[in-house]
Design a protein. Sequence first.
Length: 449
Amino acid sequence: MIITKFGGTSVQDAAAIERLVRIVAARQKEAPVVVVSALAKVTDALVQLAESVRQGRSAEVEATIQTIEDRHKALAAELPGGTDALPALEERFEGLRQLLRPSIGQPLTPGQRDALLGQGELWSSAIVAAVMRGKGLPAEWVDARTVIVTDDRHGRANPISAEIRTRANEVLAPLLSSGRIPVTQGFIGATASGRPTILGRGGSDFTASLLGAALDAVRVEIWTDVDGLMTADPRIVPSARTLASATYDEAAELATFGAKVLHPATQLPLAAAGIPIIILNAQRPDGGGTIIGPTRSSAMRADGPIGSISWKRGITLINVRAPRMLGAYGFLRQLFEVFERHEISVDVLASSEVSVSLTIEDRSRLEDLVRELEPLGEVTVDERRAIIAIVGHGMQSTPGLAARVFGASQPANIEVISQGASAINLTFVVHEDDGPGVVQRLHQAFFGT
Ligand code: ADP
Ligand code: ASP
Ligand code: MG
């Protein structure tokens, strides 16, 4: 069996859904499971809706729900078979109004917020399943919350793989063996007791890989709006090239440091079993795409030391200067305990004789962090930073690479430099405003365009 996952732009309108149906139909013999995201921009609109609810703007809440409802119904009505989804859509939008009305003027609880943010996938999948049936395919709508079991960490729940494997084999495997095509939602799950959760933004890719691992898929296809994993974000570097292949760890590093095309956890469930991920462009289904697996094809390796350059803005840099403490036993443990207590992950870390610098993305606990770090040394905070990551297996064996990287980054001021132990990445921090320029200059230096 295979997993075919379609992102927001790949279900965003009638033409996109028609393409999806053709892609899935061409794979029917391979027993596909279809995983879909919400229509493009819908999850963002739901995040905004949660905010309008909190601020007590009831007219705005009603208007937003109506706009989203109209968009989905118009899309369903435009496609053959789509009208079969209308009763389910009506019911779900009514349920949403009932969920939100009592909360107007208050913040949603984390559980309510997850239930709200996950609606987009429920709507899109209802339409996709109906249209597939309208086109004669044996589609079967499956509620992902009956399969993707997670803990109760709302906002970014952790999947429970053993439970998912059991449920996938109970719920999805029988459909596949009887020749049907399950159509389910990315991004959403539920706790063992059935409370809705989400896997974090961009989490539909992760759903695809969790299901791929649970069902021992032969491959996981991620259908999106670009030709594959590229040498840089094509929105920053329009001349970026598509990589024919990348390794799991390269893809994970790039995704962690901003390559939005893949959720950073996607490779985790698949790497142990060696199940390949293929990133493909739904608008050009016959293009080659990028294959992500245990090794890179030799053709790519010959191409140069660097696979790709990514960047992530909105980063906060924290520096702790502790001239006497740093060498002292237990200092780093105390430092990390502060971050652990607040469940804030550190992305880039560098230390010198007298100071430690580290970056975080989540600023929600910044004041608490600083207050608790102050007993350890003098703390300074620099906001609006960006991490630049240069990733590739060839880097290990290329002398002088760092000098080329820093030379090409000029005149941006480089603040923290870190090279992972695996040596497949070199990361550094610059001011956010310098980020795009640095990425463009590095791309020019290493890829010639
Ligand atoms: P989907 O909705 O299909 O999940 P996303 O918007 O999450 O799609 O991810 C696709 C986008 O990722 C592309 O449109 C592209 O702008 C961006 N992107 C960032 N870095 C890269 C990269 N290195 N290679 C390809 N795409 C990238
Ligand atoms: N719809 C969700 C989001 O926008 C999940 C996804 O698209 O992967 O974050
Ligand atoms: Mg995505």
